[in-house]
Write a new protein. Sequence first.
Length: 136
Amino acid sequence: GTDDFSQMTLYRETLRRDARRFELISLPFQDFAGMNASLDLLLEIGPQKIREHLRALHQPVLEWAARRGVRIASPTDERGSGILAVSPPDIERRYRALKPAGVSCSLREGAIRLSPHFYNTTEEMVRVAEVLERSL
């Protein structure tokens, strides 16, 4: 209940008269600055360029899945997102092989969930496909 940051532990039991009475924490101004910089970068790049990059990132894994007859559990059409979920046989072993290879992924609802974005490279996704192939 104080705006004086030198007395953060001085709690006042009186509520403010305006909407600030519902503010239970100090606002994370450093997070706002980071978010604004991130949004500026994304807007500079543009949604179409990001979408094209994501489609290119998915290709190595999609091609591996097509060769192996592996089910893709996420939409791959225009409505799809950057998330790519694959459901290979022996999914647990393949998932465990990706982690030591430095691949950030999760195991969700019978699929390995990958979520590359603009900061990822095609080479990284080629490595994902290679690890999935080697873990046969």
